[in-house]
Design a protein around this ligand. Structure first.
Ligand code: BG6
Ligand code: GLC
Ligand code: GLC
Length: 924
């Protein structure tokens, strides 16, 4: 080393910015520099420790353990597969945050597998510093402005443009187009953005700008764009690594390992966000005094400690701090600093890379330093080169340790001894400074010798990858629109429901007056709910729901005791001859009596018969028509009690005393009424649906008498059979109706009850499949089979405790192979169908309770509704939706819903008991 440095030094003694201390001679200088640079050395052991600690941090975050701000974040990105290469179309890409203070807009054309790659058009815009630190709205307005400036120069339509937003900051994504900024990193700090959906902010700004109609379809991190845009080589790229202003990586993780997703299949791209890694234990010894100083002076002190040792935004700054320190110690520049050397941001990544490059030559180093206002001594250039190399090398080695952690994670999760993997690299540091990659590669080989890694540079700085994700997102968004369009007619608003209530009310009045109405409003000859004095042993039959039951009901002062047995009614019997059906019923009774030791006794019998009957007394019921799955011949128009008595006669061996025939709604009301005297409505939502309630006798034109009450079986399942519900009926309802055994009948029931909801869902699923929205457009034989989709599936699928994967298991049992998007859509279909059912049912109940209130001239009515039926009881949300609708549509009624625990059989026995009591009183 020559003495120019010390000459210069002497000349400048006392000048501002120069060290006044006793100054070392040049040979000491290099030693002092090397000593200082020792701090930047990271040993192999330290690298291994960093790798291990980072891996631990990644695994903790994947497992869903609350991660402190100092840990990596492991953010799922909603990108589920690497590109197929089939994606096509034109896309606008907006890049914000990857490369310092600039914003890039690209026009990317994807041409699918066959086409020739087309170079994208792009333009870069410099973001003014005040915009990077100002209000968020200003930043997004600036972005929208750049977009239209870029598009103005292209021959494109102003409508229907699809945009992919590359936003390279840590975000919580909840969908491909929903992403909440967690915190700014790198040089940004705009107010009012953290905690907000950046897609929405961009959409709002584009709308404010008003020049173009642009649909923001997807948002991605730069690492994801890098990975997705990589030309697939032998295998797909499954890691995206970015070193630009900041640093980060993403990779394809097994979905089942990402706790927050609750998904058991496939892979999902996870953005590691390793910039925030900052385990004091392992990073502490590596952090230099310069790192601490840099952190203190940064926009986000304490945050992104790992990134601050690697990211391009910080390397120049670290070098500057070291050079200033050495100058102040008199080791460099003759002990003189300069205003530039002392000001933040004066040395850039480019300077570092150039100066560290031995090929650049001393002249270039001199020039850069002189530009900083420094007087450069002969030995200074070489020492500065050491400094740059030390800072740059440390960055590459730390980055390698982090990548090695990701590789170890992949190796572990894929259970592969030797991992063969392609890593897509992106960012200016890789693009412009190839030595970064060589150091990185060398170090990765050292830390992960068992991995065979190929590094592939990304295409168009990730722009192509963003366009790929946008293409997929656009397809999904189109599917979602079709799903929404399909389900829209199922979503009823307040007006529509209020209209149903009003129509129901009108039909009730007409039915009661004996005028033409789809509501038959059948008198039941039940005039009172039980008063608690009923006693005795009764037999009961319960026919028409899911189960056919025979019951022995003992009504004592201590309560009601029930013994019952379920018998099956095979379909061939339900749809065979009437005689066969009633013979079968009597056979079951005989069997029951024998088993219960009741043979030879003639107990009074109550018959729950859940079909529309015109009653002329308690023990007379003419079947008007079969409903639900029954269609036995020669029964319609006949008195069901007679049919039963005839069958008893045919069987000769038994004697039975049939006292009352009761609809299941009435049985349910009576059964609940035994516990709660306010129960004056019975509701069934099971295989079928129907309601009954206590009406003023004076309103019932078909029964003589003007005082007292009578229970009316509304047979509301047939509501709308006169066309009054046609506006609400969808093509799927029409399909279900057409395929049923009673087309044109039971319109309301077919939109509400358990026998039909599964079928409605099945028809919707078939339609969505034909549109290509579900199941990749593949129709299956199973799904085309009638009744294969049971209504109980709706209850299971909609259960809150069920994860989507269980939804999928249910559907896979049906032979449907589906993705998690499919599972979500099926869930939404089920929700739409069951919600409409519950709301229609609620509108019906509202009409009933309002009528009771008005009948009694009350300001407010307090009433209970006894309810039974598998759909109502098993579905997780049905009952609360019914109640909510009733509250909305009948605000002046306080309605309590009581679930019947013992079925309608108990109610039939109670009706029988009341009848026996009254008969006895009459005899006395
Ligand atoms: C039961 C009654 O409680 O509810 C049946 O005893 C009735 O007679 C039934 O038909 C309705 O529910 P489901 O779901 O069995 O049709
Ligand atoms: C920062 C961001 C991260 C981005 C990386 C590289 O670390 O937080 O999202 O991927 O920089 O640009
Ligand atoms: C059907 C029947 C009706 C019954 C209802 C509930 O609608 O016609 O009588 O109450 O199903 O089971």
């Amino acid at each position: 080393m020559d003495s120019i440095g010390s000459v210069g030094l002497r000349q400048r003694e006392g000048a501002p910015g120069c060290s006044q201390e006793g100054l070392p001679c040049p040979s000491d200088s290099s030693e002092l520099v090397l000593e200082c640079l020792q701090q930047f050395k990271v040993t192999k052991t330290q690298l291994r420790q960093i790798q291990a600690s980072l891996l631990g941090s990644m695994e903790q975050a994947l497992g869903g353990q609350a991660s402190p701000a100092s840990a990596v974040r492991m953010l799922p990105t909603y990108v589920g597969s690497t590109p197929h290469g089939t994606e096509q179309g034109d896309f606008v890409v907006l890049e914000l945050g990857a490369t310092g203070a600039s914003l890039r807009v690209l026009w990317v054309t994807l041409v699918g597998i066959e086409g020739h790659r087309m170079e994208p058009r792009s333009q870069e815009f410099v973001i003014p510093p005040e915009v990077m630190l100002g209000p968020g709205q200003q930043l997004f307005d600036f972005a929208a402005h750049c977009l239209s400036e870029f598009l103005d120069a292209l021959p494109v339509d102003k409508e229907g443009l699809q945009l992919g937003f590359s936003f390279s900051f840590p975000c919580h994504q909840t969908g491909l187009d929903r992403s909440t900024l967690i915190s700014w990193t790198k040089g940004f700090r705009c107010s009012g953005v953290e905690g907000h959906d950046v897609v929405q902010l961009l959409r709002d700004a584009i709308k404010r700008q008003g020049a173009y109609s642009i649909d923001v379809v997807a948002v991605v991190n730069d690492t994801v764009g890098t990975m997705m845009g990589c030309e697939p080589g032998v295998g797909p790229c499954e890691v995206g690594l970015v070193v630009d202003t900041g640093t980060n990586a993403c990779y394809m993780e097994e979905a089942r390992h990402v706790a927050v997703l609750d998904e058991d299949r496939g892979r999902v791209c996870v953005s590691v966000e390793w910039g925030s890694f900052s385990d004091d234990g392992v990073l502490g010894p590596v952090l230099t005094t310069f790192d601490h100083a840099l952190d203190r002076e940064s926009l986000n002190p304490g945050a992104q400690r790992f990134e601050k040792m690697i990211g391009g935004l910080y390397l120049g700054e670290l070098v500057r701090l070291v050079l200033a320190h050495l100058a102040q110690r008199g080791v460099l520049f003759g002990g003189c600093t300069s205003p530039a050397l002392l000001s933040h941001g004066s040395i850039l990544l480019e300077h570092v890379a150039e100066m560290k490059d031995p090929l650049a030559g001393a002249a270039r180093v001199h020039a850069i330093l002189r530009d900083l206002g420094l007087s450069v001594g002969a030995s200074d250039a070489e020492l500065v080169q050491y400094v740059c190399a030390a800072v740059f090398t440390r960055a590459a080695r730390l980055c390698a340790a982090a990548l090695a952690a990701v590789l170890a994670r992949l190796q572990h999760s894929r259970e592969q001894q030797v991992l063969q993997i392609a890593v897509a690299t992106g960012g200016r540091v890789f693009e412009r400074h190839p030595s970064f990659l060589s150091i990185l590669q060398e170090t990765v080989m050292l830390l992960a010798p068992e991995c065979d890694v190929s590094f592939i540079p990304s295409v168009d700085g990730g722009g192509q990858g963003v366009a790929m994700v946008t293409a997929v997102a656009a397809r999904l968004a189109a599917h979602r629109r079709l799903l929404e369009e399909t389900l829209a007619p199922f979503r009823l608003d307040h007006e529509q429901l209020a209209a149903v209530r009003a129509q129901m009310r009108e039909a009730m009045v007409k039915g009661l007056q004996g005028e033409a109405s789809s509501l038959r409003m059948l008198p039941t000859y039940v005039r009172a709910t039980p008063d608690g004095t009923e006693r005795g042993d009764f037999l009961a039959l319960d026919l028409g729901g899911t189960n056919f039951r025979v019951l022995l009901v003992r009504v004592t002062a201590g309560g009601v005791k029930i013994t019952s047995q379920v018998y099956s009614i095979p379909e061939y019997v339900a749809q065979g001859s009437g005689q066969q059906l009633f013979d079968h019923i009597v056979d079951c009774i005989v069997d029951f009596q024998q088993k219960q030791g009741l043979s030879g006794q003639s107990l009074p019998l109550g018959f729950t018969f859940s079909f529309p009957c015109r009653q002329l007394g308690l023990d007379q019921g003419i079947l008007l028509n079969w409903t639900k799955g029954f269609n036995a011949s020669d029964c319609e128009g006949q008195d069901v009690v007679c049919l039963l008595r005839e069958a008893i006669r045919r069987r000769q061996a038994v004697e039975l005393n049939v006292v009352a025939i009761v609809n299941d709604t009435v049985g349910t009301m009576m059964s609940c009424g035994y516990e709660d005297p306010r129960c004056e409505v019975g509701l069934i939502v099971g295989t079928g649906t129907n309601a009954c309630y206590m009406e003023e006798l004076q309103n019932v034109a078909t029964v003589p008498g003007d005082s007292g009450h009578m229970c009316i079986n509304m047979e509301w399942g047939a509501f709308g059979d006169d066309g009054s519900l046609d506006l609400l009926r969808t093509c799927f309802d029409a399909n279900v109706d057409q395929a049923s055994i009673n087309p044109g009948k039971q319109s309301f029931e077919k939109m509400i009850s358990g026998m039909y909801l599964g079928e409605i869902v099945r028809h919707i699923l078939l339609h969505l499949t034909s549109l290509g929205v579900l199941f990749r457009g593949q129709q299956t034989q199973r799904l085309q089979t009638r009744d294969i989709f049971k209504t109980k599936f709706l209850s299971e699928i909609e259960s809150d405790s069920l994860a989507l994967r269980q939804v999928r298991a249910i559907l896979e049992d049906l032979g449907l192979s589906l993705t998690s998007d499919d599972a979500l859509m099926v869930l939404e279909v089920c929700q739409a169908v069951s919600q409409r059912a519950a709301q229609l049912c609620g509108a019906g109940v509202a009409a009933v309770v309002e009528k009771i209130r008005e009948n009694r001239g009350l300001e407010e009515l307090t009433v209970s509704v006894g309810v039974d039926g598998t759909l109502y009881k098993l579905h997780p949300h049905f009952s609360s939706l019914v109640a909510a609708t009733v509250r909305e549509l009948a605000p002046r009624c306080v309605v309590t819903f009581l679930q019947s625990e013992d079925g309608s059989g108990k109610g039939a026995a109670l009706v029988t008991a009341v009848a026996c009591r009254l008969a006895q009183m009459a005899r006395v």
